[in-house]
Design a binder for this molecule. Structure first.
Ligand code: UGA
Length: 439
């Protein structure tokens, strides 16, 4: 019989997981407490931008293999395996992760569990969460310990979420029983038969794999951004440096793009929650380097503000700045902890008139920063601009012909804070082009 899967929490992670599991042939029920989200998904609409997701969702809503509900009772009755996909944001005023959504799903679902079941945690959690959650679920479930828990962290990237879910580069499972492992082998049979590494381990290791992977990626980005600082002090070029060290297979070129640094709903809060957890465990020294990683990253934002002010002649007062990009990275409408919006906000607070354009993220940006100016196109954002800031490297900006902006800007000055434009092209068109960490 086809396995019945539920996905609890239908945000970026859950909605993607649900649609992809339906694509793999399972019967899937997505559950969320947000009625509006459930209605949108039921109509085949994805309430955020993620390439390839909406067609997949629509396809399986139409086949009937994918449905959505707001009822825990219905989810419990339906599912053989329940994937827990809710968010774990940073707690207000603290570094630690806020586990209230994870706990509320466990508390909502468990009392309805009256047959042997497997709950599978996919959310990013502090190490030690799974063991507590397993006890909590077993205590609340009518079947007691026959309601089992496994931990199966998610490594998908926004913008590539569908591909990453259908063809993951590895699968990690923290499990305490053969039954749990066997069920997850069944769920991921396709990927396993395509030789995807399937790593079975204990809860703590599975939880740590996730946060240490994100910590490593954050460290890699901050490393190259630290090199960018040195390059700026010496006249060297960080993009050439990255290419050159990246040829060493032990280092690798990916995630060595120096620029405005990392943001989003994952890396910044994950490294902070990791430090907080290390402190609780009495090993804070082990992760004190992440403080520096965080500091280097945040310094990128003020660095771009400083360089921008310089290029505006020492003050933002009375200047217009056109901002290209609001999302924390291209191919996403996510503006959580977006470096681009942070810079736009700081510049506006210092007296500039800012107009922001992003191909997808304007609505979310407006909701978060309603006081910034927004535009419907790159050209509109740059009208009368004394300075243009390229802050999120959408393909649209990378391919843009500088002459498109020539006629509208007041001054042909651009800071490419993602080092993604072609300096020769912009300079040839008469622009004063400035990258980060490059002469
Ligand atoms: C990240 C991880 O890459 C995923 O593996 C992980 O599953 C996910 O977090 C998560 O924990 O859910 P994501 O937040 O989608 O994925 O974004 P990334 O592609 O990692 O980019 C993060 C930030 O780093 C962006 O702001 C990006 O602009 C920046 N970045 C990335 C750089 O500044 N330089 C680079 O070379 C690469």
């Amino acid at each position: 019989m086809t396995l019945h899967l539920t996905v609890l929490g239908t945000g970026y992670l859950g909605a993607t997981h649900a649609a992809c599991m339906a694509e793999l042939g399972f019967e899937v029920l997505g559950m969320d407490v947000d009625q509006a989200k459930v209605e949108a998904l039921t109509e085949g609409r994805v309430p955020f931008y993620e390439p390839d997701l909406e067609p997949l969702l629509r396809k399986h809503v139409e086949t009937g293999r994918l449905r959505f509900t707001t009822s825990y009772a219905e989810a419990a009755a339906f599912g053989d395996v329940h994937f827990l996909c809710v968010g774990t944001p940073q707690r207000k005023g603290e570094y630690a992760a806020d586990l209230r959504y994870v706990e509320s799903v466990a508390d909502g679902l468990a009392p309805h569990l009256d047959k042997p079941t497997l709950v599978v945690g996919k959310s990013t959690v502090p190490v030690g969460t799974a063991v507590r959650l397993q006890q909590r679920i077993a205590a609340l479930a009518r079947v007691g310990e026959e309601a089992e828990l496994a931990w199966n962290p998610e490594f998908l990237r926004e913008g590539f979420a569908v591909a990453d879910t259908l063809r993951p580069d590895r699968l990690v499972v923290g499990a305490t029983s053969e039954r749990a492992e066997a069920l997850l082998r069944e769920v991921y049979a396709g990927a396993i038969s395509a030789d995807t590494p399937f790593i079975v381990t204990d809860y703590a290791t599975a939880e740590l794999v996730k946060v240490s992977a994100n910590a490593f990626l954050a460290t890699k980005i901050s490393f190259i951004n630290a090199m960018a600082e040195l390059c700026e002090a010496t006249g060297a070029d960080v993009t050439v440096l990255a290419d050159a060290i990246g040829h060493d297979a032990r280092i690798g070129r990916r995630f060595l793009n120096a620029g405005l640094g990392f943001g989003g709903g994952c890396l910044p809060k994950d490294i902070r929650a990791f430090m907080a957890r290390a402190g609780e465990l009495g090993v804070d020294q082990a992760l004190s380097f992440l403080r520096e990683v965080d500091a280097i990253n945040m310094r990128r934002r003020s660095h771009v503000v400083d360089r921008s002010r310089e290029m505006c002649g020492g003050s933002f007062l009375g200047t217009r700045v056109g901002v290209l990009g609001a999302a924390f990275k291209p191919n996403s409408d996510d503006v959580r902890d977006s470096p681009a919006l942070n810079v736009a906000g700081q510049i506006q607070l210092q007296g500039a008139q800012v107009a922001v354009y992003d191909p997808r993220a304007v609505a979310n940006a407006q909701a978060l920063f309603p006081t910034l100016g927004y535009a419907d196109s790159a050209v509109e954002a740059c009208e009368g601009a004394d300075l243009v800031l390229h802050l999120t490297e959408w393909q649209e900006f990378v391919e843009m012909d500088p002459s498109v902006l020539d006629a509208v800007v007041a001054e042909k000055r651009i800071i490419d804070a993602r080092n993604a434009l072609d300096p020769l092209r912009w300079r040839a068109a008469g622009w004063l082009y400035r990258g980060l960490g490059r002469p």
